[in-house]
Write a new protein. Structure first.
Length: 200
């Protein structure tokens, strides 16, 4: 999470910079990926449950409106400054309701790492797979990346099915790959996706 502290004129200048950034709008007619906005904070927080917190490594801690808003500001600043993270809200295309999120973290040598989530009340409706497909298309076609990776816990069957549905291939088990906020080490399955294997 980001925790910037901005005051006075600097805050206004920073907000103006963020407003000028062109964040893509990606849709397949069912879901829409676009920028997070301050109005999304309550829905984002309400969609976080124990499963979400555990998978992302901060359980038993939980997000607050303050940390959510700080994260949104940090993600917007990364778009503005060409930073390493490209975070997109995932919405129902018709209603505009927030259903989750997608992140692309840029790495060296035209590679990227993805992560994604679906808010608790919107799971098992296929939104994650649609979002990942749109996000990967943007990474390959819009940013010119050559390889994408995803790290998924071995027992996270739903998430593994999501990446496999768009062509990611399991390349191996990385023992103690992830370190949680509380110092716990977790094994992760490394998934890789190349443009030629992408199932659009």
């Amino acid at each position: 999470m980001y925790s910037p502290s901005i005051h006075g004129h600097c805050a206004s200048a920073r907000a103006a910079t963020i407003e000028r950034v062109r964040v893509p709008k990606l849709t397949d007619g069912v879901v829409l990926l676009d920028a997070f906005t301050p109005a999304d904070a309550d829905a984002h927080l309400a969609g976080e449950d124990e499963e979400h917190a555990r998978r992302f490594g901060w359980y038993p801690n939980r997000s607050t409106l303050e940390t959510v808003r700080a994260a949104f500001e940090g993600w917007a600043q990364d778009w503005a400054d060409d930073g390493p993270t490209r975070a997109l809200a995932v919405r129902e295309a018709i209603t505009g309701s927030l259903v989750g999120g997608f992140q692309l973290r840029l790495r060296e040598n035209r590679m990227g790492e993805i992560s994604y989530w679906t808010n608790a009340q919107h799971r098992r409706r296929g939104f994650a797979a649609r979002a990942v497909r749109l996000g990967c298309a943007f990474a390959f076609d819009g940013l010119g990346l050559d390889r994408l990776e995803a790290y998924v816990e071995p027992d996270n069957v739903a998430s593994r099915r999501t990446v496999e549905s768009v062509g990611f291939v399991a390349e191996g088990l990385l023992r103690s790959r992830e370190l949680t906020a509380h110092g716990e080490r977790r094994d992760m399955v490394l998934y890789g996706l190349l443009p030629r294997g992408f199932m659009r």
